[in-house]
Design a protein around this ligand. Structure first.
Ligand code: C2E
Ligand code: MG
Ligand code: MG
Ligand code: MG
Length: 280
């Protein structure tokens, strides 16, 4: 009996593993297809300057319009895209779409200062190749480095790859702005802040979500804001969903806010309607 159960257990796991592997293989195939068929689009979420009450930037967030599944969240395909290297191609599609949209908005008198794109650490594996194409895409849309912000995560800086840091610094010297996304969630020490100057620190939304849960959460956010400012960074809160969070951020000198309270990520045309309402 025990032997039988053991065998069944073994088979159960194998089936599950097979299913998992099959799912990955199918998803990878669909991702390749999606690249070819241009099934990706961007949604945009505004970032509000808390002092001037102006929209200072818009973050581009990828969406996959799957022919059968409908809209697929980046959370469900970016990890596999990273593992398979497909993120390299997808990343350039994102940059291309974002630049195109910014150019269109400017031609239509929407004064958006900057567009922010998320860049995965995998995309920096060959930093020279990445920036060569990056420069090319910007030039094709008559944009300069001042028009773009890239959002990177702590794990990239943790690696402290000198080539990557040099390239990023060089581009920062030419106006590119670099934000650290999801700050506070990585397992890294803060030592990367010594070697790598950043323009913007985005406090991860988990800190904002739990602001009202306990006094220490407020203390933590205050400390992050103070640290960011001491290191010459703009501090931005993501995931701002209610007025009490907004009030706290305003009262504590946070520079920029982003979240559902202002606007959910929206299609370009939806954002245009929102912008018209917001600026009048
Ligand atoms: P992220 O860059 O930290 O983006 C913020 C995420 O929080 C977005 O989820 C956004 O829709 C969501 N969000 C914004 N405001 C609120 C709020 O008030 N409440 C809550 N609960 N959520 C809010 P999304 O669009 O599903 O993207 C998830 C993650 O996927 C992004 O996190 C980013 O890491 C990644 N991602 C998205 N687009 C790209 C891309 O083009 N390239 C790469 N490499 N990663 C991307
Ligand atoms: Mg981001
Ligand atoms: Mg984030
Ligand atoms: Mg995130």
């Amino acid at each position: 009996r025990a032997k039988e159960a053991g065998r069944n257990t073994y088979r159960f796991y194998t089936d599950e593993m097979n299913q998992h592997a099959m799912h990955r293989i199918r998803l990878e195939e669909e991702l390749r297809h999606a690249i070819k068929e241009q099934q990706f689009q961007l949604h945009y979420q505004p970032k509000l300057d808390l002092i001037t009450q102006q929209i200072v930037c818009v973050e581009a967030l990828i969406r996959w319009q799957h022919p059968e599944k409908g809209m697929v969240s980046p959370m469900d395909f970016i990890p596999l895209a990273e593992e398979t290297g497909l993120i390299n191609e997808i990343g350039f599609i994102v940059l291309e779409l974002a630049c195109q949209q910014l150019q269109t908005w400017r031609a239509n008198d929407f004064s958006i200062k900057q567009i922010a794109v998320n860049v995965s650490s995998v995309q920096f594996e060959e930093p020279e190749a990445f920036f060569a194409r990056f420069n090319q895409i910007l030039a094709e849309h008559q944009l300069s480095k001042n028009d773009i912000k890239i959002e990177i995560t702590e794990n990239l800086l943790m690696k402290q790859n000198e080539q990557v840091i040099n390239q990023l610094n060089q581009h920062r010297d030419h106006g590119l702005s670099v934000a650290i996304d999801d700050f506070g969630t990585g397992y890294s020490s803060l030592s990367y802040l010594q070697v790598f100057p950043l323009d913007e620190l985005k406090i991860d939304q988990s800190f904002i979500r739990h602001l009202d849960d306990a006094p220490r959460n407020k203390t933590l956010v205050q400390a992050i804001i103070a640290m960011g400012h001491a290191l010459n960074m703009k501090v931005i809160a993501e995931g701002v969903e209610n007025q009490s969070q907004m009030d706290f951020l305003l009262a504590n000198g946070c520079d920029v806010a982003q979240g559902y309270l202002l606007s959910r990520p929206a299609s370009a045309s939806e954002l245009e309607v929102w912008l018209k309402k917001h600026t009048t």
